[in-house]
Design a protein around this ligand. Structure first.
Ligand code: SAM
Length: 216
């Protein structure tokens, strides 16, 4: 189980994203932020360069967060970004670790966040990871998933497939993520007792922010 290599990409991640998707991916990460102001104990996996966690901490002045990312360079960027927010740095614990082997230290959480993270794993990886993360959630806890999805039919679906094929080829080659194609995590989430409570979509569902709730 080799962790992927995002270190080299970390300093370029935001501008590459802006050049390819403009503000759309950040819309996806933060579309449901307004629903999360009551979260208190939060676990964020694969945070990247800190744009979600800093927006989250600004919107939620009380939550305490564990951030896990396998890339030390991503964590360093995220840390720097959070340090610029008054009073926020003390509310975050940073973990450079592979999520597949990580024992969440403050479980049970009332919120888990995976933005553009579950898409890094093949079906076999998700089959192990989703129950591992769901077990770290308290009953009634929520799970925010911001990610690509293949939902529209017709030409939009063909365009989405083409965009995903190009992205997976590039990411597999350059970062060594184990996934070769997008796997829909919804059946696995339902299988561990999660229910979809809210969803926002853009580009005919190609970008989807969804909020799931664990059964009591
Ligand atoms: C595609 S980037 C997404 C970053 C960010 N969440 C976003 O919204 O853009 C995937 C992130 O997950 C991290 N990652 C990938 N596989 C991981 C793993 N097995 N364990 C921990 N972090 C991982 C990478 O280092 C990277 O920061």
């Amino acid at each position: 189980m080799t962790p992927p290599r995002f270190d080299w990409l970390a300093p370029h991640y935001a501008w590459v994203e802006a050049a390819t998707y403009g503000g759309l991916l950040h819309w996806c990460r933060t579309a449901l932020l307004g629903e999360l102001t009551d979260a208190r104990r939060v676990l964020i996996l694969g945070e990247g360069d800190g744009r979600f966690v800093s927006a989250f901490l600004a919107a939620n002045p009380v939550a305490v967060v564990d951030v896990v990312d396998a890339s030390a360079a991503m964590v360093a960027l995220a840390r720097r970004r959070v340090a610029r927010l008054p009073g926020a740095a003390d509310r975050v614990r940073w973990h450079v670790a592979d999520a597949r082997r990580f024992a969440p230290p403050a479980a049970p959480y009332d919120l888990v966040v995976t933005n553009f993270f579950l898409d890094c794993f093949p079906a076999s990886g998700l089959t192990a990871l989703v129950p591992h993360l769901a077990a770290a959630l308290a009953p009634g806890g929520r799970w925010l998933v911001g990610d690509f999805a293949l939902s529209a039919g017709g030409p939009a679906r063909l365009a989405a497939r083409a965009a995903l094929a190009a992205m997976y080829a590039a990411f597999h080659l350059t970062t060594r993520i184990p996934a070769r194609r997008l796997v829909d995590p919804s059946p696995l989430l339902r299988g561990v007792g999660m229910e979809l409570v809210r969803e926002e979509r853009r580009l005919r569902g190609f970008l989807t922010a969804s909020l799931w709730r664990k059964e009591e």
